[in-house]
Design a protein around this ligand. Structure first.
Ligand code: SAH
Length: 386
Protein backbone atom coordinates (compact mmCIF):
# COMPACT_ATOMS: atom_id res chain seq x y z
CA UNK A 1 0.00 0.00 0.00
CA UNK A 2 1.26 3.49 -0.83
CA UNK A 3 2.15 5.76 2.06
CA UNK A 4 1.19 9.43 2.11
CA UNK A 5 3.34 11.60 4.37
CA UNK A 6 1.82 14.87 5.61
CA UNK A 7 3.74 18.11 6.00
CA UNK A 8 4.59 19.12 9.52
CA UNK A 9 1.51 20.59 11.23
CA UNK A 10 -0.93 19.29 8.61
CA UNK A 11 -1.98 16.50 10.97
CA UNK A 12 -3.69 18.98 13.31
CA UNK A 13 -6.98 19.05 11.43
CA UNK A 14 -6.95 15.25 11.12
CA UNK A 15 -6.23 14.90 14.83
CA UNK A 16 -9.15 17.25 15.52
CA UNK A 17 -11.47 14.73 13.89
CA UNK A 18 -11.65 15.92 10.30
CA UNK A 19 -11.00 13.41 7.50
CA UNK A 20 -9.86 15.73 4.69
CA UNK A 21 -6.35 16.06 3.30
CA UNK A 22 -5.52 18.61 0.63
CA UNK A 23 -2.74 18.25 -1.96
CA UNK A 24 -0.91 21.22 -0.48
CA UNK A 25 -0.64 19.34 2.83
CA UNK A 26 1.18 16.38 1.32
CA UNK A 27 4.96 16.20 1.79
CA UNK A 28 5.59 12.89 0.08
CA UNK A 29 3.86 9.91 -1.46
CA UNK A 30 5.80 6.65 -1.42
CA UNK A 31 4.95 3.60 -3.52
CA UNK A 32 2.07 5.21 -5.41
CA UNK A 33 0.62 2.88 -8.03
CA UNK A 34 -2.93 3.85 -8.97
CA UNK A 35 -5.31 6.75 -8.33
CA UNK A 36 -8.41 5.86 -6.34
CA UNK A 37 -6.83 3.12 -4.22
CA UNK A 38 -6.40 3.29 -0.46
CA UNK A 39 -3.18 4.76 0.91
CA UNK A 40 -1.79 4.80 4.41
CA UNK A 41 -1.53 8.31 5.88
CA UNK A 42 1.22 9.24 8.35
CA UNK A 43 2.28 12.55 9.88
CA UNK A 44 5.70 14.16 9.31
CA UNK A 45 7.09 12.12 12.18
CA UNK A 46 5.86 8.85 10.68
CA UNK A 47 2.96 8.41 13.15
CA UNK A 48 0.08 6.40 11.67
CA UNK A 49 -3.09 8.46 11.12
CA UNK A 50 -5.26 6.14 9.07
CA UNK A 51 -6.17 5.18 5.52
CA UNK A 52 -8.13 6.83 2.77
CA UNK A 53 -8.68 6.67 -0.98
CA UNK A 54 -6.11 8.85 -2.75
CA UNK A 55 -6.65 10.73 -5.99
CA UNK A 56 -3.95 13.18 -7.18
CA UNK A 57 -6.39 15.02 -9.46
CA UNK A 58 -8.63 17.10 -7.14
CA UNK A 59 -7.13 19.45 -4.58
CA UNK A 60 -8.99 17.51 -1.89
CA UNK A 61 -6.85 14.45 -2.63
CA UNK A 62 -7.60 12.12 0.28
CA UNK A 63 -10.44 11.62 2.76
CA UNK A 64 -9.77 9.25 5.63
CA UNK A 65 -11.95 6.15 5.71
CA UNK A 66 -10.54 4.75 8.89
CA UNK A 67 -8.10 5.63 11.63
CA UNK A 68 -7.45 1.96 12.32
CA UNK A 69 -5.07 -0.46 10.66
CA UNK A 70 -7.71 -2.58 8.93
CA UNK A 71 -8.35 -3.91 5.45
CA UNK A 72 -10.47 -1.72 3.19
CA UNK A 73 -12.55 -4.37 1.44
CA UNK A 74 -16.10 -5.68 1.06
CA UNK A 75 -16.20 -6.57 4.76
CA UNK A 76 -15.23 -3.00 5.70
CA UNK A 77 -18.17 -1.67 3.68
CA UNK A 78 -20.53 -4.19 5.26
CA UNK A 79 -19.51 -2.96 8.73
CA UNK A 80 -19.83 0.73 7.89
CA UNK A 81 -23.17 0.35 6.14
CA UNK A 82 -24.45 -1.86 8.94
CA UNK A 83 -23.50 0.84 11.46
CA UNK A 84 -25.25 3.46 9.33
CA UNK A 85 -28.35 1.26 9.17
CA UNK A 86 -28.21 0.57 12.92
CA UNK A 87 -28.11 4.30 13.76
CA UNK A 88 -31.17 4.91 11.64
CA UNK A 89 -32.98 1.86 13.00
CA UNK A 90 -32.46 2.78 16.65
CA UNK A 91 -33.40 6.40 15.93
CA UNK A 92 -36.65 5.35 14.26
CA UNK A 93 -35.62 6.70 10.88
CA UNK A 94 -36.12 3.61 8.78
CA UNK A 95 -39.11 4.02 6.51
CA UNK A 96 -40.03 3.56 2.89
CA UNK A 97 -37.66 6.34 1.92
CA UNK A 98 -34.57 7.38 3.83
CA UNK A 99 -30.89 8.15 3.44
CA UNK A 100 -28.88 5.11 4.49
CA UNK A 101 -25.43 6.61 4.05
CA UNK A 102 -24.42 10.26 4.21
CA UNK A 103 -20.80 10.28 3.10
CA UNK A 104 -18.33 11.63 5.72
CA UNK A 105 -21.00 11.63 8.42
CA UNK A 106 -21.31 7.84 8.11
CA UNK A 107 -17.60 7.20 7.83
CA UNK A 108 -17.78 6.63 4.08
CA UNK A 109 -16.63 9.90 2.48
CA UNK A 110 -17.73 10.10 -1.13
CA UNK A 111 -20.62 7.64 -0.85
CA UNK A 112 -24.30 8.49 -0.62
CA UNK A 113 -26.96 5.78 -0.51
CA UNK A 114 -30.70 6.51 -0.44
CA UNK A 115 -33.26 3.76 0.05
CA UNK A 116 -36.62 3.77 -1.71
CA UNK A 117 -38.50 0.60 -0.84
CA UNK A 118 -36.31 -2.26 -2.07
CA UNK A 119 -34.12 0.00 -4.21
CA UNK A 120 -30.77 1.41 -3.04
CA UNK A 121 -29.82 4.50 -5.03
CA UNK A 122 -26.03 4.70 -4.93
CA UNK A 123 -24.07 7.88 -5.65
CA UNK A 124 -20.28 7.75 -5.91
CA UNK A 125 -18.64 11.15 -5.47
CA UNK A 126 -14.97 10.16 -5.46
CA UNK A 127 -12.79 8.02 -7.73
CA UNK A 128 -12.05 5.80 -4.75
CA UNK A 129 -15.73 5.06 -4.17
CA UNK A 130 -16.23 4.59 -7.91
CA UNK A 131 -13.52 1.94 -7.91
CA UNK A 132 -14.91 0.40 -4.73
CA UNK A 133 -18.39 0.04 -6.18
CA UNK A 134 -18.07 -3.76 -6.44
CA UNK A 135 -17.57 -3.92 -2.67
CA UNK A 136 -20.43 -1.48 -2.12
CA UNK A 137 -22.78 -3.54 -4.28
CA UNK A 138 -21.77 -6.71 -2.45
CA UNK A 139 -22.25 -5.07 0.96
CA UNK A 140 -25.71 -3.73 0.04
CA UNK A 141 -26.62 -7.19 -1.27
CA UNK A 142 -25.71 -8.66 2.11
CA UNK A 143 -27.65 -6.01 4.03
CA UNK A 144 -30.74 -6.03 1.83
CA UNK A 145 -31.13 -9.44 0.21
CA UNK A 146 -33.50 -9.37 -2.75
CA UNK A 147 -33.16 -5.59 -3.18
CA UNK A 148 -31.81 -3.85 -6.24
CA UNK A 149 -29.28 -1.11 -6.89
CA UNK A 150 -29.67 2.00 -8.98
CA UNK A 151 -26.43 3.83 -9.75
CA UNK A 152 -26.68 7.59 -9.92
CA UNK A 153 -23.16 9.01 -9.67
CA UNK A 154 -22.77 12.77 -9.35
CA UNK A 155 -21.57 14.18 -12.68
CA UNK A 156 -19.92 17.30 -11.23
CA UNK A 157 -17.93 15.24 -8.75
CA UNK A 158 -17.06 12.73 -11.48
CA UNK A 159 -15.59 15.47 -13.68
CA UNK A 160 -13.55 16.81 -10.78
CA UNK A 161 -12.33 13.37 -9.76
CA UNK A 162 -11.83 12.04 -13.29
CA UNK A 163 -14.20 9.13 -13.73
CA UNK A 164 -17.17 8.36 -15.98
CA UNK A 165 -20.24 8.84 -13.82
CA UNK A 166 -22.43 5.79 -14.00
CA UNK A 167 -26.07 6.73 -14.24
CA UNK A 168 -28.48 3.87 -14.78
CA UNK A 169 -31.50 4.65 -16.99
CA UNK A 170 -34.57 5.78 -15.08
CA UNK A 171 -36.19 2.82 -13.43
CA UNK A 172 -39.89 2.11 -12.98
CA UNK A 173 -41.79 4.43 -10.66
CA UNK A 174 -41.98 3.38 -7.03
CA UNK A 175 -44.57 4.67 -4.61
CA UNK A 176 -43.21 5.43 -1.16
CA UNK A 177 -44.95 6.48 2.02
CA UNK A 178 -43.74 9.47 4.03
CA UNK A 179 -45.89 10.02 7.11
CA UNK A 180 -49.49 10.55 5.91
CA UNK A 181 -48.45 10.95 2.29
CA UNK A 182 -47.57 8.81 -0.67
CA UNK A 183 -45.08 9.99 -3.26
CA UNK A 184 -44.06 8.68 -6.65
CA UNK A 185 -40.32 8.26 -7.00
CA UNK A 186 -38.50 7.38 -10.20
CA UNK A 187 -34.81 6.94 -9.44
CA UNK A 188 -32.73 8.39 -12.23
CA UNK A 189 -35.25 10.95 -13.43
CA UNK A 190 -35.26 14.50 -12.16
CA UNK A 191 -33.75 15.95 -9.03
CA UNK A 192 -31.65 14.34 -6.32
CA UNK A 193 -32.28 10.63 -6.02
CA UNK A 194 -36.03 11.14 -6.39
CA UNK A 195 -37.19 12.95 -3.26
CA UNK A 196 -35.71 15.68 -1.10
CA UNK A 197 -35.30 13.29 1.80
CA UNK A 198 -33.42 15.91 3.81
CA UNK A 199 -36.71 17.80 4.32
CA UNK A 200 -38.81 14.82 5.39
CA UNK A 201 -38.90 15.68 9.10
CA UNK A 202 -39.44 19.38 8.40
CA UNK A 203 -42.42 18.58 6.17
CA UNK A 204 -44.12 16.80 9.06
CA UNK A 205 -43.23 19.62 11.44
CA UNK A 206 -44.57 22.35 9.16
CA UNK A 207 -47.78 20.39 8.52
CA UNK A 208 -48.59 20.65 12.24
CA UNK A 209 -49.23 24.36 11.68
CA UNK A 210 -51.35 23.89 8.57
CA UNK A 211 -54.84 22.93 9.79
CA UNK A 212 -57.46 25.42 8.66
CA UNK A 213 -54.90 27.57 6.89
CA UNK A 214 -53.99 28.56 3.38
CA UNK A 215 -50.51 27.37 2.41
CA UNK A 216 -47.91 28.72 0.01
CA UNK A 217 -45.26 26.19 -1.09
CA UNK A 218 -42.64 28.19 -2.99
CA UNK A 219 -39.91 26.22 -4.81
CA UNK A 220 -42.19 23.21 -4.40
CA UNK A 221 -40.41 20.49 -6.43
CA UNK A 222 -42.56 17.35 -6.02
CA UNK A 223 -45.04 19.28 -3.84
CA UNK A 224 -44.16 17.32 -0.74
CA UNK A 225 -44.57 20.23 1.72
CA UNK A 226 -47.96 21.10 0.21
CA UNK A 227 -49.12 17.45 0.24
CA UNK A 228 -48.32 17.09 3.93
CA UNK A 229 -49.98 20.40 4.75
CA UNK A 230 -53.16 19.51 2.86
CA UNK A 231 -53.32 16.04 4.41
CA UNK A 232 -53.08 17.79 7.78
CA UNK A 233 -56.07 19.97 7.09
CA UNK A 234 -54.83 23.02 5.19
CA UNK A 235 -57.75 24.65 3.39
CA UNK A 236 -55.84 25.14 0.13
CA UNK A 237 -52.31 25.29 -1.22
CA UNK A 238 -50.57 27.33 -3.87
CA UNK A 239 -47.45 25.68 -5.28
CA UNK A 240 -44.79 27.63 -7.16
CA UNK A 241 -41.91 26.30 -9.25
CA UNK A 242 -39.99 27.44 -12.30
CA UNK A 243 -40.05 24.01 -13.92
CA UNK A 244 -43.09 22.64 -15.77
CA UNK A 245 -41.79 19.05 -15.37
CA UNK A 246 -41.53 19.53 -11.64
CA UNK A 247 -45.07 20.89 -11.46
CA UNK A 248 -46.37 17.88 -13.40
CA UNK A 249 -44.70 15.66 -10.81
CA UNK A 250 -46.22 17.73 -7.99
CA UNK A 251 -49.67 17.44 -9.56
CA UNK A 252 -49.36 13.66 -9.77
CA UNK A 253 -48.37 13.51 -6.12
CA UNK A 254 -51.28 15.73 -5.10
CA UNK A 255 -53.63 13.48 -7.08
CA UNK A 256 -52.17 10.34 -5.53
CA UNK A 257 -52.98 11.82 -2.12
CA UNK A 258 -56.45 12.93 -3.14
CA UNK A 259 -55.53 16.59 -2.62
CA UNK A 260 -55.31 17.99 -6.16
CA UNK A 261 -58.74 19.64 -5.82
CA UNK A 262 -57.52 22.06 -3.17
CA UNK A 263 -54.22 22.90 -4.86
CA UNK A 264 -53.25 25.51 -7.40
CA UNK A 265 -49.95 25.18 -9.27
CA UNK A 266 -48.21 28.13 -10.84
CA UNK A 267 -45.13 28.06 -13.06
CA UNK A 268 -42.62 30.89 -12.96
CA UNK A 269 -39.73 32.54 -11.21
CA UNK A 270 -40.60 32.54 -7.53
CA UNK A 271 -38.99 35.97 -7.07
CA UNK A 272 -41.53 37.44 -9.50
CA UNK A 273 -44.45 35.31 -8.38
CA UNK A 274 -43.92 36.27 -4.72
CA UNK A 275 -43.83 39.94 -5.68
CA UNK A 276 -47.05 39.48 -7.68
CA UNK A 277 -48.80 37.79 -4.75
CA UNK A 278 -47.76 40.60 -2.45
CA UNK A 279 -49.00 43.24 -4.91
CA UNK A 280 -52.31 41.40 -5.16
CA UNK A 281 -52.69 41.55 -1.37
CA UNK A 282 -52.68 37.76 -0.94
CA UNK A 283 -52.13 36.31 2.53
CA UNK A 284 -51.24 32.82 3.78
CA UNK A 285 -51.26 31.08 7.14
CA UNK A 286 -48.20 29.01 6.23
CA UNK A 287 -45.44 29.97 3.82
CA UNK A 288 -42.62 27.58 2.85
CA UNK A 289 -39.50 28.91 1.15
CA UNK A 290 -37.22 26.06 0.13
CA UNK A 291 -35.09 27.38 -2.74
CA UNK A 292 -32.20 25.62 -4.49
CA UNK A 293 -28.73 26.59 -3.24
CA UNK A 294 -28.13 30.23 -4.21
CA UNK A 295 -24.36 29.69 -3.99
CA UNK A 296 -21.98 26.78 -4.17
CA UNK A 297 -18.90 28.94 -3.72
CA UNK A 298 -17.49 31.07 -0.94
CA UNK A 299 -16.94 34.10 -3.18
CA UNK A 300 -20.62 34.48 -4.00
CA UNK A 301 -21.98 34.37 -0.46
CA UNK A 302 -22.95 38.05 -0.59
CA UNK A 303 -25.01 37.73 -3.76
CA UNK A 304 -26.66 34.64 -2.31
CA UNK A 305 -27.44 36.48 0.91
CA UNK A 306 -29.20 39.21 -1.08
CA UNK A 307 -31.31 36.55 -2.80
CA UNK A 308 -32.27 34.91 0.49
CA UNK A 309 -33.07 38.26 2.00
CA UNK A 310 -35.33 39.25 -0.88
CA UNK A 311 -37.45 36.09 -0.86
CA UNK A 312 -37.72 36.22 2.91
CA UNK A 313 -38.93 39.83 2.88
CA UNK A 314 -41.62 38.77 0.41
CA UNK A 315 -42.46 35.58 2.28
CA UNK A 316 -42.84 37.49 5.56
CA UNK A 317 -45.11 40.11 3.98
CA UNK A 318 -47.39 37.35 2.73
CA UNK A 319 -48.05 36.04 6.25
CA UNK A 320 -51.41 36.66 7.83
CA UNK A 321 -51.31 37.60 11.54
CA UNK A 322 -50.19 34.53 13.47
CA UNK A 323 -48.97 32.95 10.23
CA UNK A 324 -45.92 30.74 10.10
CA UNK A 325 -42.94 30.94 7.75
CA UNK A 326 -40.69 27.92 7.23
CA UNK A 327 -37.61 29.23 5.49
CA UNK A 328 -34.52 27.32 4.39
CA UNK A 329 -31.08 27.50 2.85
CA UNK A 330 -29.27 24.44 1.53
CA UNK A 331 -26.14 26.37 0.53
CA UNK A 332 -23.15 24.84 2.31
CA UNK A 333 -21.58 28.24 2.83
CA UNK A 334 -24.58 29.87 4.47
CA UNK A 335 -24.12 29.00 8.13
CA UNK A 336 -27.06 28.85 10.54
CA UNK A 337 -25.78 32.08 12.15
CA UNK A 338 -25.55 33.89 8.82
CA UNK A 339 -28.98 32.63 7.76
CA UNK A 340 -30.47 33.91 10.99
CA UNK A 341 -28.83 37.28 10.36
CA UNK A 342 -30.28 37.40 6.85
CA UNK A 343 -33.77 36.58 8.13
CA UNK A 344 -33.41 39.16 10.93
CA UNK A 345 -32.67 41.84 8.33
CA UNK A 346 -35.54 40.61 6.18
CA UNK A 347 -37.95 40.84 9.13
CA UNK A 348 -36.72 44.37 9.83
CA UNK A 349 -37.17 45.47 6.23
CA UNK A 350 -40.54 43.74 5.92
CA UNK A 351 -41.71 45.36 9.15
CA UNK A 352 -42.95 42.02 10.46
CA UNK A 353 -42.24 40.96 14.05
CA UNK A 354 -41.61 37.23 14.24
CA UNK A 355 -41.04 34.75 17.00
CA UNK A 356 -38.54 31.95 16.41
CA UNK A 357 -40.59 28.82 16.97
CA UNK A 358 -37.75 26.53 16.08
CA UNK A 359 -34.39 26.39 14.32
CA UNK A 360 -34.42 23.76 11.61
CA UNK A 361 -31.88 21.53 9.95
CA UNK A 362 -31.68 18.46 7.72
CA UNK A 363 -33.51 15.28 8.71
CA UNK A 364 -31.63 13.03 11.11
CA UNK A 365 -30.95 10.44 8.43
CA UNK A 366 -28.52 13.06 7.10
CA UNK A 367 -26.46 13.10 10.31
CA UNK A 368 -24.06 15.88 11.24
CA UNK A 369 -20.68 15.07 12.73
CA UNK A 370 -19.61 17.80 15.10
CA UNK A 371 -15.99 17.66 13.93
CA UNK A 372 -17.06 17.81 10.26
CA UNK A 373 -19.02 21.05 9.88
CA UNK A 374 -19.42 20.36 6.15
CA UNK A 375 -21.78 17.51 6.99
CA UNK A 376 -24.42 20.15 7.87
CA UNK A 377 -25.71 22.02 4.84
CA UNK A 378 -29.41 22.58 5.41
CA UNK A 379 -30.39 25.32 7.79
CA UNK A 380 -33.76 26.88 8.42
CA UNK A 381 -36.07 28.77 10.72
CA UNK A 382 -39.67 28.30 11.68
CA UNK A 383 -40.98 31.81 12.33
CA UNK A 384 -44.37 32.97 13.58
CA UNK A 385 -45.71 36.44 12.88
CA UNK A 386 -46.67 38.02 16.21
N1 SAH B 1 -39.34 21.84 -1.22
C1 SAH B 1 -39.01 20.76 -2.11
C2 SAH B 1 -37.59 20.85 -2.64
C3 SAH B 1 -37.29 22.13 -3.39
S1 SAH B 1 -35.92 22.01 -4.48
C4 SAH B 1 -39.26 19.42 -1.40
O1 SAH B 1 -39.50 19.39 -0.18
O2 SAH B 1 -39.22 18.39 -2.08
C5 SAH B 1 -35.91 23.56 -5.25
C6 SAH B 1 -36.94 23.74 -6.37
O3 SAH B 1 -36.84 25.10 -6.76
C7 SAH B 1 -36.75 22.93 -7.61
O4 SAH B 1 -37.91 22.19 -7.88
C8 SAH B 1 -36.52 23.95 -8.75
O5 SAH B 1 -37.17 23.61 -9.95
C9 SAH B 1 -37.12 25.19 -8.16
N2 SAH B 1 -36.57 26.48 -8.61
C10 SAH B 1 -35.28 26.81 -8.85
N3 SAH B 1 -35.17 28.12 -9.12
C11 SAH B 1 -36.42 28.64 -9.06
C12 SAH B 1 -36.97 29.95 -9.22
N4 SAH B 1 -36.20 30.99 -9.50
N5 SAH B 1 -38.31 30.10 -9.03
C13 SAH B 1 -39.10 29.06 -8.75
N6 SAH B 1 -38.63 27.81 -8.57
C14 SAH B 1 -37.32 27.60 -8.72
Amino acid sequence: MARLVLKRGAEQRVNAGHPWIYRTQVADLKGFSEAGLAVEVVDAGGRYLGQGFYNPRPSLCCRLLTRRDEAIDAEFFVHRLEAAWEYRRTTGLISDAYRLCWSEADGLPGLVVDRYGPVSVVQCLTLGMFKASGWITAALGRLFPGGSIHRLDDTTAARLEGFDARQDPAGPELVVTEGNCRFGVTPGSGHKTGLYLDQAENRVLVARHAAGRRVLDAFCFSGAFACHALRSGATEALLLDSSADVLALARRNLEMNGEAGRALLREGNAFDLLRGLEAAGERFGVVVLDPPPFTRRKDSIEAAARGYKEINIRGLRLLEPGGVLATFSCSHHITPALFEEICREAAGDAGVAVRVLQTLTQSRDHPVLLTIPESRYLTGLLLEAV
